[in-house]
Design a protein around this ligand. Structure first.
Ligand code: SF4
Length: 478
C-alpha cells in the first residue's frame, strides 16, 4: 500500500479536528442518514437477503481458499482472449508497470475510471512523477481532483462537500485542467452535472489510454466487471485504444453464476438500487470493438499477508459497497479523512492496518477507531465480522513495543487467571475492599481521559464461586 500521508496524525487527533468542523458534520450527517435509510428499504424488499448474504460470504471464502488456482485460471483466460497479464507484488511495481505501458503507447495523458486500487498505490502521483497526467472521470473523483483534496468515502469520495463548495471548485479550477465551467453556473445539480459532462467529454474523446479498476474478475472467462452509476466507466472502457486495469487479487470470482450473487448484493448495499445503472464487462480484446490493447495488472500489495491471517483474512471478502461506513457512528462524526487512507470507516479500520502494518501512529490507532457496536457487521453484505477483526488487530497493536500499560495489564491478568488460588485470593480481596473502590477508572497518562468517562463495574458482595460453594453445602437452589 502507498505510504501514510505526510504529517498524518493518529486517528483520535484527526477525528477531534474533524468533529470541530460544523459544515463537515452537517454534510456527513445528511448524506449518511439518507443513504442508510434507503439501503435498509432496498434490502428489506428481499425475503432471501440472509441467504444471499451467506452465499456471498461462502463464495468469497471458497475463492480465497483456492486463490492461486482461480488467479491462474483468470490469467490463462485473459491471455487466450488477447489480453496481457502483469503481476505486481507491491505499489511501486504496479506503478512502474502502468507508467511503462503508458510510455510504450507514446502518451502523456490517461483518463481514469474510479478505482480504489490505483488510489491505494498512489498511481496518480507516480504517473505525475513520470510526466504523465491522469484525469479522473468519476464525478466525485473529479471534484476531489479539482479541489486538490482527498477522497473521504468509498462510494461518494466527495461526500464531505456540499453543492456550494462544488460550484466554487468547478468555477475556480476547471479551466486549469481543460474545458472551463460555464459562466454564471449556479449550484443546481443539473448545472453542475452539465459542467462536468462538457469538461469530461473532451477528455474522453482525446484520450488514447485509460486506466480502470474492476469490481470483479470472473476466472472462467477472464472477464472484468465494473459497476458504476454515471456512464463514465463505459466511456473509459470503450473509447481509448489502450486499456490498463489495475485489480486487487481478491477481486476474482470463479464463475458467472457466482457473479450473479454479488450483482444483487452490491447495488442494494451501496446505492440502495435494485441493480446498477451501468454494469460493464470486457474480456481481452475484440477486433473492431473497444480498445485494441488490454493489460491486466494483478495487484498483491499486502493482500497475501492478509490472507495468511486466519482472523483477518475475512477482510478480503469486501466488495467495497460502503454500507459499513454509512451506519458507523464514528465515521459519521469523524469523516473519512481522519482514517489517513483511501479506505475510510470500519473497513478502513481493519484493511489499512493489515495492508500497511501498524508501525505508524495513524495505522496503530485505526483498530481503536470504533465503538465495537457491531452495526458494520449487521449491514455487511458478505458478513465480515469487523468487530472481531478490530479486536484481533488491537491485540496485535498492544503486543508491539510502545504499549507498556496494555502489556503490563494483560501480563498481570494472565498471571492471576492462570492459577485458581491466585484468582480466588484476588476475588476475596476485591469483595472485602469493595466499599473503597472508586466509581471511575483512575488511569494514568494517556489513559486518563478514557477512564474518566467509564464507570467501573460494581463488585458484588459475594462472588459466583463463593455462592456456588455455599449452595453446595447449604442445599440452596438457584
Ligand atoms: S466491509 Fe462489508 S459493508 Fe464494509 S464496504 Fe466491505 S462489503 Fe461493504
Amino acid at each position: 500500500m502507498s505510504a501514510v500521508p505526510l504529517g498524518m496524525p493518529a486517528f483520535p487527533k484527526a477525528a477531534r479536528d474533524a468533529t470541530r468542523n460544523p459544515t463537515l458534520r452537517r454534510n456527513l450527517r445528511h448524506a449518511t442518514r439518507t443513504i442508510r435509510g434507503r439501503r435498509a428499504a432496498a434490502v428489506a424488499e428481499l425475503d432471501d437477503w440472509a441467504e444471499l448474504r451467506a452465499a456471498g460470504a461462502a463464495v468469497k471464502d471458497h475463492t480465497l481458499r483456492h486463490l492461486d488456482r482461480y488467479l491462474e485460471q483468470a490469467e490463462a483466460a485473459v491471455r487466450a482472449a488477447g489480453g496481457h497479464v502483469h503481476w505486481a507484488a507491491d505499489a511501486a511495481e504496479a506503478n512502474r508497470i502502468v507508467a511503462g505501458l503508458v510510455r510504450a503507447a507514446g502518451e502523456t495523458e490517461v483518463v481514469k475510471v474510479k478505482s480504489m486500487a490505483t488510489q491505494e498505490i498512489g498511481l496518480n502521483e507516480a504517473l505525475a512523477e513520470a510526466g504523465i497526467t491522469a484525469y479522473e472521470t468519476d464525478l466525485a473523483e473529479l471534484i476531489v481532483q479539482l479541489g486538490d483534496d482527498r477522497p473521504s468515502h468509498i462510494l461518494v469520495p466527495a461526500i464531505h462537500r456540499n453543492r456550494g463548495e462544488i460550484r466554487d471548485i468547478f468555477a475556480g479550477t476547471m479551466g486549469e485542467w481543460g474545458v472551463p465551467a460555464p459562466d454564471g453556473m449556479t449550484d443546481e445539480p443539473r448545472e453542475l452535472a452539465e459542467a462536468a459532462r462538457l469538461h469530461l467529454r473532451e477528455k474522453f474523446l482525446r484520450a488514447k489510454v485509460a486506466v480502470s479498476g474492476a469490481n470483479f474478475l470472473v476466472a472462467e472467462t477472464g472477464t472484468l466487471v465494473v459497476v458504476e452509476s454515471e456512464g463514465n466507466g463505459r466511456m473509459c472502457l470503450t473509447l481509448p485504444e489502450t486499456l490498463i486495469s489495475v485489480v486487487g487479487i481478491e477481486k476474482v470470482v470463479p464463475t458467472w453464476r457466482d457473479l450473479e450473487v454479488f450483482l444483487q448484493l452490491l447495488p442494494r448495499s451501496s446505492t440502495a438500487e435494485r441493480m446498477n445503472p451501468y454494469t460493464s464487462t470486457w474480456t481481452g480484446t475484440t477486433d473492431g470493438d473497444g480498445p485494441r490493447e488490454f493489460h491486466l495488472v494483478l495487484l498483491d500489495n499486502g493482500r497475501t499477508g492478509v490472507l495468511a491471517d486466519e482472523v483477518g483474512r475475512q477482510t478480503l471478502r469486501c466488495i467495497r459497497c460502503s454500507a459499513c461506513l454509512n451506519v458507523c457512528p464514528v465515521y459519521e462524526r469523524a469523516g473519512g479523512h481522519a482514517y489517513g487512507s483511501v479506505y475510510p470507516g470500519p473497513i478502513g479500520a481493519i484493511l489499512t492496518p493489515q495492508l500497511r502494518g501498524t508501525t505508524s501512529e495513524i495505522d496503530a490507532s485505526l483498530p481503536y477507531a470504533s465503538s465495537l457496536c457491531g452495526a458494520c457487521y449487521d449491514v455487511c453484505p458478505v458478513a465480515i465480522d469487523i468487530p472481531e477483526v478490530l479486536v484481533h488487530l488491537r491485540e496485535k497493536v498492544a503486543a508491539q513495543p510502545g504499549h507498556p500499560v496494555e502489556r503490563a495489564a494483560l501480563a498481570a491478568a494472565a498471571w492471576v487467571m492462570s492459577d485458581p488460588k491466585r484468582y480466588t485470593a484476588l476475588q476475596r480481596t476485591a469483595v472485602r475492599t469493595r466499599a473503597l473502590h472508586p466509581r471511575k477508572a483512575a488511569l494514568p497518562g494517556w489513559a486518563k481521559a478514557w477512564g474518566a468517562t467509564r464507570d467501573l463495574p460494581a463488585v458484588p458482595a459475594e462472588s459466583f464461586r463463593t455462592w456456588w460453594q455455599r449452595r453446595d453445602t447449604s442445599g440452596e437452589t438457584p
